[in-house]
Design a protein around this ligand. Structure first.
Ligand code: F0G
Length: 353
């Protein structure tokens, strides 16, 4: 049967009523891809959950379909979010689909080009502040308390409800929960959602529970350091967040699952980003690769046992951030004249060396 999106597929686990519009861009049902080379090199069985295959290229679509459907059900005309990019792209798309207005507040110059292009194309009103994500979030929270506007950041509980479906899919695809679930942590909504999803599915279907391993970027590692980072910095702009809204719930997920919130450096993130693309043919945005970098680091330290079944969540598509890709790859096109003889000589030279 054709896939009709998350509200259709997982309605029994979601807070739907008869009045909830069955909004869909056919989100969810994303591939779980085995990584044979990295698995062998690391001595584990490693899969990636490719959330970049969602309609707007990130996991946000899972939460957004639920949050926007509920906003519509409740009679809202306008939604708002603060964003490091992906939330704004997803909110703008689902608002367009549902016929709602969308306002987004972003840190000026700190969101990847692809994400900005998406919000603009889907017709959002975009406000860029000379501040960071945490400051933008506090502004939109205050505004949504006083104006008739629905906040669709992950502090909206419907976002978490939608996002928990990714854990259901992982269990369905593997036949059980993995031993370890590795995930990047920014505002900490997604780790909260996965843990809720694994617990609910285990209760309903006995699928087991993974250890939750969350990874912050070193320059934005508020939870690891146990202190708010006033000026977070990282190449992974999606997780450039210094005061995560779901901080406590992320710590609970790590503690309850006997997991850990850890950090990885920008150098480790970029190395994993390139290694994933070059050795496995999988291109995910830098923030997503914090999960891969984390698995590599924790295997080296033997914090993940040899032979473990590990799923890393690749939260966003690599095409979101073409500038970092070109910088990291350091491969530039060799420009040649439009002359068959010259082109052939060059190509033959490459093959011979
Ligand atoms: N990976 C990507 C690609 C993201 O865009 C985000 C968050 C995360 C990981 C972290 O998820 O916040 O639930 O811990 N992006 C938000 C945004 C903040 O505005 O797009 P989290």
């Amino acid at each position: 049967m054709a896939w009709k999106g998350l509200l259709d597929a997982y309605g029994d686990f979601l807070p739907l009523t008869e009045a909830t519009p069955r909004l869909s861009l056919c989100e969810g049902n994303t591939p779980l891809i085995p990584l044979p080379r990295l698995s062998e090199e690391l001595g584990i069985t490693l899969y990636v959950k490719v959330e970049g295959a969602n309609p707007t290229g990130s996991f946000k679509d899972r939460g957004m379909v639920m949050a926007v459907a509920k906003a519509k059900e409740e009679g809202s005309h306008t939604i708002i979010c603060a964003s490091t990019g992906n939330t704004s792209a997803s909110a703008a798309a689902y608002a367009a689909r549902a016929g709602l207005r969308c306002l987004v507040v972003i840190p000026n110059g700190k969101i990847a080009l692809g994400k900005l292009a998406q919000a603009a194309m889907y017709g959002a009103d975009i406000f860029a502040i000379d501040g960071n994500f945490d400051e933008a979030l506090s502004m939109v929270r205050r505004l949504s308390e006083t104006a008739p506007i629905t906040l669709v950041n992950s502090v909206n509980p419907y976002r978490i409800e939608g996002q928990k479906t990714a854990a259901f899919e992982v269990c369905d695809q593997l036949g059980r929960a993995p031993d370890v679930l590795a995930i990047p942590v920014g505002n900490a909504g997604n780790i909260t959602a996965y843990w809720k999803g694994f617990k609910e599915y285990h209760e309903a279907k006995g699928t087991g529970l993974p250890q939750m391993r969350g990874f912050e970027a070193e320059g934005a590692a508020a939870i690891v350091r146990n202190q708010v980072i006033e000026q977070p910095e990282t190449v992974a702009t999606a997780i450039r967040i210094g005061n995560p809204a779901s901080w406590k719930k992320a710590v609970e997920a790590a503690n309850e699952s006997r997991g850990k919130i850890d950090e990885v450096s920008d150098a480790e993130i970029l190395a994993a980003y390139q290694r994933l693309a070059r050795t496995e043919g999988v291109f995910a945005e830098p923030a997503s690769c914090a999960a891969i970098a984390g698995v590599i680091k924790q295997r080296e330290r033997n914090e993940i046992e040899r032979g473990s079944l590990v799923v890393a969540v690749l939260t966003g598509n690599g095409l979101k951030d073409p500038a970092i890709a070109l910088e990291t790859a350091a491969i530039e096109p060799v420009v040649l004249p439009n002359d068959e003889q010259v082109v052939l000589e060059h190509l033959q030279g490459v093959v011979r060396t």
